[in-house]
Design a protein around this ligand. Structure first.
Ligand code: HEC
Ligand code: HEC
Length: 211
């Protein structure tokens, strides 16, 4: 019985792995580079190392995550976009499904130029939340989903390591206010609801320093 279940899981995982290999094989980062250099460059940099904290770093981010976000910024069938951002709505609108896969593959293949965390005084609190969470408040460790080093886990969990702390902070506050509501099963809204401003700032600084 147990052996059969284990086999089923093994088969299922290798099927998922194959399916995502196929999806990746289809994406063409060279075509994505052309889009990045002509459109995205203005805000995210051609290699995804954005120069401004309001614009997230895309270099090294998971391709599946980037693709999902681009789809989430689009309004589909006249319904409001599930990730509401007027700037990115305008950017995503003209992109075809193939364009989104290609540009996601391009940014994902680029190297992040990680900047060190700025505010050392907040590292201890941020590190505790990252590694252990807060049992009393029911906050799980960020590392459980985003990885111990913040590299993320393809395909669902984004990379947070080296991201601008201002951006991470803004997203956590958006999840907390339910202004950003595109997280599957309310994973991030549930967690962010339990975090104070000070905790959000601390964990954002800590994640920025991970690499
Ligand atoms: C005029 C500036 C601007 C341009 C040009 C632009 N973006 Fe953005 N992008 C932003 C901003 C601002 C955000 C943050 C949105 C938010 O706060 O939710 C963002 C967010 C994103 C995100 C979400 C990242 C994450 O970590 O969740 C992706 C993916 C993205 N942009 C891809 C692109 C791509 C691909 C292009 C080119 C086709 C592009 N952007 C062009 C400003 C821009
Ligand atoms: C149960 C799994 C899980 C845990 C634990 C978790 N996250 Fe997340 N997180 C997610 C998922 C899934 C997403 C992507 C949502 C989407 O598809 O837009 C996400 C997205 C994010 C984003 C948005 C990133 C971006 O590029 O826009 C931030 C910031 C974030 N998480 C911070 C944290 C922090 C800080 C913690 C710890 C306090 C944490 N997360 C714990 C699952 C988790």
């Amino acid at each position: 019985m147990i052996r059969t279940a284990a086999m089923a899981i093994l088969l299922a995982t290798s099927f998922i792995a194959n399916a995502s290999e196929e999806a990746k094989a289809k994406a063409d980062p060279a075509k994505g580079k052309v889009i990045a250099e002509s459109i995205c460059v203005a805000c995210h940099g051609a290699d995804g190392n954005s120069a401004t904290p309001a614009n997230p770093i895309l270099a090294g981010q998971g391709a599946d995550y980037i693709y999902k976000q681009l789809k989430n910024f689009k309004s589909i069938d006249g319904k409001p976009a599930v990730r509401n951002n007027p700037i990115m709505a305008g950017m995503a609108a003209p992109l075809s499904d193939e364009d989104m896969k290609n540009v996601a593959a391009w940014f994902s293949s680029q190297k992040i130029k990680a900047a060190p965390a700025k505010d050392e005084s907040k590292i201890a609190l941020g590190q505790a939340l990252w590694r252990r969470g807060d049992f009393k408040k029911g906050v799980p460790a960020c590392a459980g989903c985003h990885g111990p080093a913040g590299a993320g886990l393809p395909a669902q969990y984004p990379r947070l390591a080296g991201q601008y702390p201002e951006y991470t902070e803004a997203q956590l506050k958006a999840f907390r206010a339910e202004e950003r509501a595109n997280d599957p099963e309310k994973m991030m809204r549930t967690i962010a609801a339990k975090l104070s401003d000070a905790e959000i700032k601390a964990v954002a600084e800590f994640a920025a320093g991970l690499h």
